[in-house]
Design a protein around this ligand. Sequence first.
Ligand SMILES: [Zn+2]
Ligand SMILES: [Zn+2]
Ligand SMILES: [Zn+2]
Length: 255
Amino acid sequence: MLRRMTMLGSGTSTGVPVIGCGCAVCTSTDPRNRRMRPGLQIEASGGTIVVDTSPDFREQALRFAVERVDAVLFTHAHADHVFGLDDLRIFNFRQRAPIPCYGPPETMARLRQIFAYVFEEGQEGGGKPKLELVAVTRPFDLLGERVVPIPVMHGEMEVYGWRIGNFAVVTDVNFIPESSWDSLAGVEVLVLSALRYRPHPTHWSFEESLAAARRIGARRTILTHIAHDIDHADLHVPVPPGVEIGHDGLVVELG
Ligand SMILES: [Zn+2]
Ligand SMILES: [Zn+2]
Ligand SMILES: [Zn+2]
């Protein structure tokens, strides 16, 4: 049974504030406008699943008390989603077991390239994470939950959204193919990326994400992967009932 979701990071690839930026959001004192790179913790009765390991993963794990990681679901291998991968090793040490990591076949291949030292023999002292990369293309059972990969497009790149029971996350998306809309039917809690107000070549804009949220029709939709032109408390576009802007540390009870 799913218990709760914690939003580990709600920001786009730069994080917010953006280095060197003096804009109103980057200098805001509202803590909800401080956004680490994207990631989620999903706690279930069978264990803890993390979605993506951002460059901020260590700080997220400390700040939001990620106590164990039994599996990782990767959406894709862009830096903002994977560059905290090495910090998974602490969970290997504590749990004394390798951690299975699931994702699209291309993402698993990219992880092997980007983190070659992790998957090669050697490195004296052995301070490396122990991970089992599992390329998946179909639904599978994980820690007692049914997990469904949901292929969506991020520009030219196919990335995965993930459905776990009646929860789903879809991030870094600008097109959802018809069969994947079907996979999202009946989702109750949805995390969906909504980058910024202006159009972008590989991400839906805020209004495009709102249109997708309406079509999916979850009871609760939480927007993430947010850039510095969106002020948490001062939206330029009204959001419909059931849709909200996420923030780092947001906890949603799923059980
Ligand atoms: Zn991203
Ligand atoms: Zn800024
Ligand atoms: Zn991306």
